[in-house]
Write a protein that binds this ligand. Structure first.
Ligand code: FMN
Length: 442
């Protein structure tokens, strides 16, 4: 049996799966239900001076058959009284002493920070998460992402919190910034014990083209919100990698953004996260997704021979280089498996119009396309558009001996001077059909 337990900057949890601060952690009822189903920790919906939230407040981006591939919200922090939340935190800790309960906080003045830290710690919170990420509503009042975008201000507030905090302090960063490592470093300098990222990305998820109102619609008006869900995972992974590879950011990282299943979580862990947080996927599918997440993670750890989560943290980082250090001599070309091909010819169209004219169609023989090796630059596009898994594979063609990088000053241009005549048209040889011929074909 693998050991999924973690000690994240001093916060212990039975597994690395935490609920992110959001509607699923709005109340003690929800957090206890989630723990019962297997979640290892919960970051409470952000506490502060309670707000009045608007209705409606969410918008979704559907892509073809996938609903809520991206999710947008204009919700602020908790609208529930602080004393109710404190009572429920205490209750959760009574029933679940071994699970991690982290209080997410957002207030303004030094005195308010001191007071709320004491309040949640007295209630039994195991740690604090400072919300410097919310990119709508609170930032207009100088809080949330307005702090996350000003490293010096962030550092000052972290140091205020550290003046009184007895539990570990996690600093939650905003992705609405050019270089995420700047606030990451400020968190370290302020004395933060860990960072978490990402909060939501400032966004407008769409416009109702009949009524001329962007979503979500609040009585015929709207405002920009925060974007999350599966669509943001690539952005989150890149920012996570940037922080994890930075030598000055030497504190634990909690990975957040687009995590929906065990594989997403493993990707975050391999890029340096030692706990992961989930919001949108739970809002979409419920707490029950934790069962697949834990069993999938255990299976993966067994297969790879990892005994603890720590064994996996950051395993993919050494293989991420700057572009100039990639091997320019590495060469792959596409290979089409005729037995798997369903003859849709999407690879032909994509390569012909959108890439390098390296796929040809056989005349009168078969509808299975073929690869014109001399033109194939190994870009991958054909295998990405192919709807059949494993039908188009990329095969290595270089001898693997010579490594040439851009940083080696000696490299010369490698573009081929001539192209295969079999290719339809060819760069500089495209002859348009006469206009009346086109019209006749219509
Ligand atoms: C409706 C909604 C409310 C949220 N409220 C908070 C909040 O109060 N505090 C906070 O730090 N993050 C809040 N978030 C951000 C999430 O904690 C998380 O950082 C973000 O959604 C990315 O994770 P995901 O892709 O798993 O959703 C909220 C997100 C959503 C969708």
């Amino acid at each position: 049996m693998d050991d999924l337990s973690i000690n994240f900057a001093g916060i212990k949890a039975p597994n690395p799966f935490w609920l992110a601060s959001a509607p699923p952690t709005n109340s003690g009822y929800q957090v206890m239900k989630a723990f019962d189903q297997g979640w290892g920790g919960a970051v409470w919906k952000t506490l502060g001076v309670p707000v009045i939230n608007v209705s409606s407040r969410y918008g979704g981006l559907n892509y073809r058959d996938t609903r809520m591939m991206g999710f947008n919200n204009i919700e602020l922090i908790t609208d529930r009284p602080l004393k109710d939340n404190l009572k429920e935190i205490e209750e959760v800790k009574k029933y679940f002493p071994d699970h991690a309960v982290i209080a997410s906080l957002m207030v303004e003045s030094r005195e308010e920070w001191h007071q709320i830290v004491r309040d949640v710690e007295n209630a039994g919170a195991d740690g604090l998460e400072l919300n410097f990420g919310c990119p709508h509503g609170m930032c207009e009042r100088g809080m949330g992402s307005a702090v996350g975008q000003e490293p010096e201000v962030l550092k000052t507030i972290v140091s205020w919190v550290k003046e009184v905090a007895k539990t570990p302090v996690i600093v939650k960063l905003t992705p609405n910034i050019t270089d995420i490592t700047e606030p990451g470093l400020a968190a370290v300098e302020g004395g933060g014990d860990a960072i978490s990222l990402i909060n939501t990305i400032q966004s407008l998820v769409g416009v109702d083209i009949d009524n001329f109102v962007s979503y979500p619609n609040v009585g015929g008006e709207s405002t920009n919100g925060g974007y999350c869900g599966p669509a943001v995972k690539p952005i989150a992974l890149n920012m996570l990698k940037n922080c994890a590879q930075h030598s000055g950011i030497n504190i634990p990282i909690s990975g957040i953004g687009g995590i929906e299943n065990w594989k997403d979580a493993v990707e975050h862990i391999l890029l340096g996260a030692s706990s992961v947080q989930v919001c949108t996927a739970v809002m979409h599918y419920g707490f029950g997704i934790i069962r697949e997440m834990t069993s999938g993670l255990e299976r993966y750890m067994d297969n790879k021979g990892f005994n603890t989560i720590n064994d996996m943290v950051g395993k993919a980082l050494p293989n991420i280089k700057t572009w100039e250090n990639l091997n320019l001599n590495h060469k792959v070309t596409a290979n089409i498996n005729a037995d798997k091909c369903i003859e849709c010819q999407l690879c032909y169209t994509a390569c012909e119009d959108g890439a390098h004219q390296a796929i040809g169609l056989q005349k009168d023989v078969s509808r299975v396309p073929y690869v014109i090796e001399e033109n194939c630059v190994g870009c991958n596009l054909c295998s990405l558009v192919c709807p059949v898994e494993g039908c188009i594979t990329m095969e290595r063609k270089d001898d693997g001996k010579e490594v040439v990088t851009w940083s080696d000053k000696t490299i010369k241009g490698t573009a081929p001077e001539t192209f295969n005549d079999e290719r339809a048209g060819g760069i500089g040889h495209y002859v348009p059909e006469p206009k009346d011929a086109l019209n006749k074909n219509r």
